[in-house]
Design a protein around this ligand. Sequence first.
Ligand SMILES: [Zn+2]
Length: 170
Amino acid sequence: MNIMVRIFMVGLPLFLLASFSGIAQTLSLEQLLDSAQAYDNKEIDVQAEVLDKLTQEKGYWLNLGDKGVSLGVWVDKEIEISNIARPGSYAINGDIIRIQGVFHSSCKEHLGQTDIHAYRISLVEEGSLRKERVLPHKKFFAIAWLVSFLVILGVYSAKELLEKSKRRSQ
Ligand SMILES: [Zn+2]
């Protein structure tokens, strides 16, 4: 048999195996955002800490954080998360959760925000008491993120209301 054919026959299954194990791999937020274009509109599996949780009419926004990067996750109301996505505070670390969902580097539903639409959420590690105090610049970072997030959310809600009233008047 031709040596090239042999290499191909051995190499192909190995390549496929490596690709499939790659899909099942849980990413960190940093890995996901570093390769945002590659993961755009694809199914992903990430793990991070819950920093904030905002309850909306149709679901929840979770603000996830890991090593100074953060990302919003949209969770539909149908998914039960009351006991597994508790946000952190100055005294407690937030729950570490695993999110399976679809990543959008520029979400059409949410004003071009970078987000994940989750379809499954599971608890990896319950939040515990913080050993170290939160540094002032970290607090600033978290607050700055929250403020910009609320502004985007406000614009989005206003847009939705406007569309609703337009539909009514038609
Ligand atoms: Zn979205």
